[in-house]
Design a protein around this ligand. Structure first.
Ligand SMILES: *Cc1c(COP(=O)(O)O)cnc(C)c1O
Length: 467
């Protein structure tokens, strides 16, 4: 028996988990009543639970395990670095080889002149840094009034006070007194649900123009930045119409504001290029990175800043009174370096672009023929299905939003496929290294789950359109 198998019995683990562990984004009473599923192993694209059941991880953990599970090279890189220098900070006019190596690698891989990296322990922390950076940047240029950050409804930028304020998740704002001051939210480019009679192209332009209206309304002299994900991930894999990003770019170019692109999901290959900004032709001033940077093996995040802006910031900003104990953690950096080395050596992104993404797209879009699917959409290796009571009208279910999605997710988990539901949308984002036969498995299990959900809804009289 592998030493890792030598754990307590499942019911005992669940009881201890219920007694002492509070889960993130979870209804505690509910999970404790049901018992959490205990994941004990993983290899490639598959997870194994404490009962020995295997699950295909269609979410790459939380959109992060880009090179798949069980890569010994990453474990070895961590062990080597831990023996040599497990920790040291970068506050005291000090630095270390892993943080230097990773920064130069990121500068090489990131678009054009994004050359300077500020590290955080996560995507949320990095977005908190971005708020402080953007505001201090303008203040050091003698424009302290430029402090408003414009973000989007249903965007996701993390869960700290700052990042959750940038995010536009109303359920998150309802707890804990968010958002913080000087954050404004504009519409999301979500054509399926909000585009009404507009064509996607018209709707994309209209949503982007909201940024220009917001800048006019708030006063350009008061606006520091606009932040957005190239494709909204947690919001439900919302892929903007083709007209959206060019118009956003035009507006950002025409006004004196920073463009912060949150690449936490889209970065490191998810959309078929190193960064989502390349896929959508965006020229960011700052990008947020985390998740796929280390394939989730260790927590690390950061902001990559355009050379010219970083230069002004360093000339005029004085001391940036901000940082984290774990900014540029040497072990996390060593693991990220190894992860990126593997991605380059194994041509992971070229394989995604040439082989896996086109194949996944073909298979995933075939699910649009299912009677329960109103729309299937995908970019690179992330996709969504809009579950709908009536094909083609784009109207929601009469039931509470999320009820149907939850039924489908439960079926999916029972069938051995991890898909997530966002309201009544099913989303997937598998490891980038998923093979064609594993893609077949994913799509077949998704199809089976749709069939079962459809049968359930029929039986319960839930195939009703909201009036
Ligand atoms: C996950 C996510 C974050 C937050 O990252 P954490 O590491 O969970 O703090 C920020 N932005 C986007 C787009 C994300 O998907």
């Amino acid at each position: 028996m592998n030493i890792l198998d030598n754990h307590r019995a499942t019911d005992e683990l669940q009881a201890l988990d219920a007694a002492h562990h509070l889960h993130p984004f979870t209804d505690t009473a509910q999970i404790n009543a049901n018992g959490a599923r205990v994941i004990t192993h993983a290899s490639g694209v598959h997870l194994t639970d404490s009962n020995g059941e295997k699950l295909l991880d269609g979410m790459a953990g939380l959109w992060c395990v880009n090179i798949g599970y069980g890569r010994k090279e990453l474990a070895n890189a961590a062990a080597r670095q831990m023996s040599q220098l497990p920790y040291y900070n970068t506050f005291f006019q000090t630095t270390h080889p892993p943080v230097i190596e990773l920064s130069s690698t990121l500068a090489r891989l990131a678009p054009a002149d994004l050359n300077r990296v500020f590290y955080a322990g996560s995507g949320s922390e990095a977005n908190d840094t971005n708020i402080r950076f953007a505001r201090h940047y303008w203040a050091s240029l003698g424009k302290p009034d430029k402090s408003i950050i414009i973000a989007r409804k249903n965007g996701y930028h993390g869960s700290t006070l700052g990042a959750a304020s940038l995010g536009g998740m109303s359920a998150m704002h309802a707890q804990g007194g968010l958002p913080i001051p000087d954050v404004e939210h504009i519409a999301q480019p979500y054509w399926y649900a909000e585009g009404r009679d507009n064509s996607p192209e018209e709707f994309g332009i209209a949503c982007a123009r909201e940024l220009e209206f917001a800048i006019a309304r708030l006063g350009e002299k008061n606006v520091a930045a606009f932040i957005a994900e190239p494709v909204q991930g947690a919001g439900g894999v919302i892929i903007p119409p083709s007209t959206y990003w060019p118009e956003i770019q035009r507006i950002c170019d025409a006004h004196e504001i920073l463009l912060i692109v949150d690449e936490v999901i889209c970065g490191f290959g998810r959309t078929g290029n190193w960064f989502g900004s390349e896929t959508f032709g965006i020229r960011p001033d700052i990008i947020t990175i985390a998740k796929g940077m280390s394939s989730g093996y260790l927590p690390i995040g950061g902001s990559i800043i355009r050379e010219e802006i970083a230069e002004v910031f360093s000339q005029k900003g004085g001391e940036f009174v901000h940082g984290y104990t774990y900014s540029g953690h040497p072990v996390a950096c060593a693991v990220a370096i190894e992860n990126l080395r593997i991605m380059e050596e194994e041509d992971v992104i070229a394989t995604v672009a040439d082989v896996s993404a086109p194949y996944l797209e073909e298979r995933w879009l075939s699910l649009a023929d299912h009677p329960l699917v109103g729309e299937a959409r995908i970019v690179g290796m992330m996709g969504a299905l809009e579950l709908a009571p009536e094909k083609s009208s784009r109207k929601p279910f009469a039931s509470d939003e999320g009820d149907v999605g939850l039924i489908c997710r439960e079926h999916s988990f029972s069938n051995g496929l991890i898909m997530r539901h966002v309201g009544d949308k099913m989303v997937m984002s598998p490891p980038l290294v998923i093979t064609k036969s594993e893609i077949d498995e994913l799509v077949e299990l998704a199809h089976m789950s749709l069939d079962q959900t459809y049968a359930d809804l029929k039986q319960r009289g839930m195939l009703k359109v909201s009036q």
